[in-house]
Design a protein around this ligand. Structure first.
Ligand code: TRP
Length: 439
């Protein structure tokens, strides 16, 4: 296998203003992981996916901006990782269709989100697919395309996404099988069991749907107000308090060192008043968030800069990976240049001519591009490596037009083949091309 660094890829669905539960559960661990050595990290705003959930254009735009700014403010470094927007890599959509045509519909029928929608419809006595869009149904195929377009090895996700990664593996495997090649790496889900799920203001899981969140970048005064509104029991100062099941305590733990947390637990046992406890929580949260808030505000004030960062990422990724891969995949499935067709059509009664030698272009595990001239099973000519498939294609084209002498070509005869044999085969090919052109 190739020696390339491990590719780690994660999609971020821009849905509303990020809160401290998103920060502790997703942003902070991912930014930390993005600094690991020997990895090539891909972080993208899954804006196409967000269209499944919201059809409010202003909200899509606003969320994309806020979530991008939040990740940058939290320390994601776009000069070290790929940071981009899904919709800026349109090859993803093209790959999605190729995958759609190998994906089993039955597998999609069993996707959790789709099944939940159907179950709800049944319970409500509605038609199975009432108000279910094809977008919801196809969501897993788009997600597979996100992952496979960059041949990611590892995909850090929450537990609810494991099924989607399994589907991506399934589609990748089917494509590899149907089109006979190692086109796609099979991605693996990475689940981090250490990250905390934060409680919200009312003690339930912090979630937009419960309206109990602490937005990540509210002004300081509002942060304080929110923290002071956290639900506690009615024990008065001096009475010992339980850390067990205390939202206040769990929030504190997420922002404090181990020593500070131990001290806080002791203070609970010693009967700290809720007001004092809330002040201490505010202090540790503010300590971590204040510098990020400053960066966030500066970023949000210059949305054009964020736009440039995302666009640059998408553009470079297309050049480096997406466009060359799609070129190969198109060829693999038969979306090919008709002028390069090698089929010999025989007239009735006339014996078919022996198939002429053919040029084959391919990619090696080292990620580089090659071509060879083959006659049946025999390799007549083997090229050196090219950085881009187009470069290999241009050398082939010049050889075929007789513009490039074999001795000058970046290629050598295959094993046990002499130069004259290659020359003769090439001339036959040039003659066949000429004949085809004339007929
Ligand atoms: N579905 C993921 C979520 O809801 C977001 C996502 C889209 C994603 N494409 C992805 C995650 C690719 C990982 C890889 O969180």
């Amino acid at each position: 296998m190739s020696q390339r660094p491990t590719r780690v890829l994660t999609g971020i669905k821009p849905s509303g203003t990020p809160h401290i539960g998103n920060y502790v559960g997703a942003v902070r661990p991912a930014v930390m992981a993005s600094r690991a050595p020997d990895t090539e990290s891909f972080y993208f705003l899954a804006d196409l996916h967000s269209l499944v959930n919201t059809q409010d254009p202003a909200r899509v735009q606003r969320s994309t901006l806020e979530v991008s700014a939040a990740w940058l403010a939290a320390g994601l470094d776009p000069s070290k990782v790929w940071f981009y927007r899904q919709s800026d890599v349109p090859e993803t959509n093209e790959l999605m269709w190729l995958l759609t045509c190998v994906a089993g519909k039955g597998i999609l029928n069993r996707a959790h989100a789709y099944k939940a929608a159907v179950d709800k419809n049944r319970a409500d006595g509605e038609d199975d697919d009432a108000a279910v869009t094809a977008g919801l149904f196809m969501y897993p195929v788009l997600m597979a395309a996100d992952i496979l377009i960059f041949n990611a090895d590892r995909v850090p996700v929450g537990r609810d996404q494991i099924q989607h990664i399994e589907m991506a593996r399934d589609f990748a495997q089917r494509f590899n099988h149907v089109y006979g090649g190692d086109w796609f790496t099979l991605p693996e889900a990475v689940i981090d069991d250490h990250v905390a799920t934060l409680p919200g203001l009312d003690g339930r899981k912090m979630s937009k749907s419960y309206d109990n969140t602490i937005p990540l970048f509210v002004p300081q005064a509002q942060l304080k107000k929110l923290i002071f509104s956290i639900l506690t029991d009615s024990r008065s100062p001096g009475e010992a308090k339980s850390t067990e099941g205390s939202a206040l305590f769990q929030l504190y733990q997420a922002f404090a060192t181990a020593d500070e947390t131990a001290g806080f637990a002791q203070a609970f046992a010693d009967g700290i008043g809720w007001g004092d406890a809330k002040q201490q929580l505010f202090d540790v949260v503010e300590r971590e968030i204040a510098p990020m808030r400053e960066r966030y505000e500066a970023l949000i004030a210059r949305p054009g800069d964020i736009e440039d960062i995302l666009r640059d990422g998408g553009r470079l990724l297309r050049e480096r990976y997406a466009t060359p891969l799609l070129q190969q995949l198109r060829d693999a499935v038969g979306l090919r240049d008709l002028g390069a067709a090698t089929t010999v059509v025989s007239d009735a009664g006339v014996e078919a001519k022996a198939a002429p030698p053919v040029f084959k272009q391919y990619r090696e595990a080292d990620g580089r591009f090659y071509f060879k001239l083959v006659d049946g099973d025999r390799v007549l000519l083997q090229s050196t490596a090219f950085d881009a498939p187009r470069d290999a294609g241009q050398v082939i084209a010049r050889l075929r037009r007789g513009e490039l002498a074999l001795s000058d070509a970046p290629a050598a005869p295959g094993e046990g083949v002499d130069l004259e044999t290659v020359q003769a085969a090439l001339e036959a090919l040039v003659a066949a091309d000429a004949e085809k052109a004339a007929s």
